[in-house]
Ligand binder design. Structure first.
Ligand code: AHR
Length: 502
């Protein structure tokens, strides 16, 4: 039996956790919008055409913020197409996904959906085929109260009050050759700077994110971040990170190092942003927006990306997640939490059907994919300050990396409620782990809840016919005595312990 020992003290804090790390993403892509969140005529749909079953699962998932409307889609999107009377909206070709876009769902419908789901919106503007002027017009449409062309246009569409959207992404993955209107770092940095400047002049209190690299292996990675921020450092608050994890080699030990790669990515991008600050003798700190992340490799080619004939809402990117994917998602969530001082938003891409924790059948039921569970638990229990834990655990080597901790853990403490949560992933492929966690500075504890997510079959999935095949159970081996939690963690298991003052 392996042994791991963790010490955490209420006074040793990484940072308060920004709840917006529990965000997701809704793009006009495949069946994410149409047949996902929006399906007029579905038995559970409301008067707006919002699927009630999806809304319910979205609430259960604990989503705090949702990015919209793309993604690759936004880089060819004319926002004007998606507002006003539905019967007058144009039908367009969506070059990003080879689909027909009917525009029956747009900005105002998304805002109505966010209200219904009690979620903060995060909007992206098109800096692919369009530029600063259109971004500013769009912002004026959304946020200006009244008395101007675009604000009155919104009012004429039935939205008297401004939407007051705070968080804006300045384009999407502008470094990617697959992006409509891709740019060099110099080109994008300048456009991001001017767009941010105009948006700030137009509306107060905005939070603006510049595009970072599309993933860690982009050839331009790191130089891209430096160049872009060198232009727009003063105008933006965040640099984005996007990362999709893969298990191409079907090697679970290597696959689990996705967690360590994500940690390096976060640490490196923060360092690059700070280098730009140092060059300017600035104390400003650019924060990180991990506004696209997930597992995505099984539905990453051929008909999963594009289908002939410009179909409407085709089945694209419908990745089926298995148990090992859920372990990676849990590990990534802990990595985000443990970097709470720099990572302020996160968007699991996406919410429904397209690389998503929620699956639906058009006209039929909705169910939870395996990755739903660690996300829902992290959002439910991840409240308060992330503590700087001291971890003693065995290590392993995989994927060309040595000295990797077998135990990955994150501890989040809410001094207001007195609740402290412990998340723990045992990365050993074969060994059980005896875990002890000493919780200091918070008095005697009691165990409020304890969950285990484990399956002897790494490839086990949830489906319409077996929607609960992979689901958390009450932890079979956990207890608290005084201030110390002890638990036995199964090999390859995700575990959550919620403690409270005794
Ligand atoms: O989330 C799917 C796609 O992945 C997004 O549209 C794009 O930004 C990324 O490459």
């Amino acid at each position: 039996m392996l042994k791991s020992h963790v010490i955490a003290d209420r006074d040793f804090i990484v940072a308060p956790l920004d709840r917006r790390v529990f965000g997701t993403f809704v793009e006009h892509l495949g069946r994410c919008v149409y047949g996902g969140i929006y399906e007029p005529g579905h038995p559970t749909a409301d008067a707006n055409g919002f699927r009630g079953d999806v809304l319910e699962l979205t609430r259960e998932l604990g989503v705090t913020i949702v990015r919209y409307p793309g993604g690759n889609f936004v880089s060819g999107y004319d926002w004007e197409d998606g507002v006003g009377p539905k019967e007058e909206r144009p039908v367009r070709l969506d070059l990003a996904w080879g689909s027909t876009e009917t525009n029956q769902f747009g900005t105002n419908e998304f805002m109505d959906w966010c209200k219904a789901a009690e979620i903060e919106p995060m909007f992206a503007v098109n800096l692919g085929t369009r530029g600063p002027a259109e971004a500013q017009n769009f912002l004026e449409y959304c946020n200006h109260p009244s008395g101007t062309y675009y604000s009155d246009l919104r009012r004429s569409h039935g939205y008297e009050e401004p939407h007051d959207i705070k968080f804006w992404c300045l384009g999407n993955e502008m470094d990617g050759p697959w992006q409509t209107g891709a740019k060099t770092a110099q080109e994008y940095g300048r456009i991001a700077q001017e767009t941010a400047k105009m948006m700030r002049w137009s509306s107060d209190g905005l939070e603006l994110a510049a595009c970072g690299s599309s993933h860690l292996d982009m050839p331009s990675y790191a130089a891209w971040e430096y160049t872009v921020l060198d232009h727009c450092f003063e105008q933006v608050d965040y640099i984005s990170l996007h990362q999709y994890f893969r298990n191409d080699a079907d090697d679970i030990a290597k696959y689990l190092t996705a967690i360590d790669h994500l940690n390096s990515f976060i640490v490196e991008v923060a360092a690059i942003a700070d280098a730009v600050a140092a060059k300017r003798r600035s104390t400003k700190r650019i924060m990180l927006s991990l506004d696209e992340w997930n597992v995505w490799y099984k539905a990453h080619h051929g008909e999963h990306l594009r289908q002939p004939g410009w179909p409407e809402a085709p089945k694209l990117l419908e990745e089926i997640y298995n148990f090992e994917d859920a372990l990676v998602i849990g590990g990534a969530l802990m990595t985000m939490m443990n970097n709470a001082d720099r990572v302020k938003t996160g968007c699991l891409a996406q919410l429904v059907n397209a690389i998503a924790p929620i699956m639906t059948e058009t006209g039929g039921p909705a169910w939870r994919q395996t990755i739903f569970h660690p996300f829902a638990q992290a959002s439910r229990y991840g409240r308060g300050n992330v503590l700087r834990a001291k971890v003693a655990t065995d290590s392993f080597s995989a994927g060309g990396r040595d000295g990797l901790p077998l135990l990955v853990t994150s501890i989040v403490d809410d001094p207001e409620t007195g609740e402290t949560s412990i998340f723990a992933l045992n990365r050993s492929l074969t060994e059980r782990m005896e875990l002890t966690v000493e919780l200091r500075g918070m008095g005697e504890r009691t165990l409020r809840a304890a969950h285990e997510l484990h399956d002897s079959d790494l490839k086990a999935i949830n489906s319409k016919d077996a929607p609960e095949r992979v689901a958390p159970v009450a932890h079979p081996a956990a207890a608290i005595q005084g201030t110390t939690l002890t638990a036995t963690l199964k090999p390859l298991s995700w575990n959550v312990f919620a403690t409270a003052s005794a």
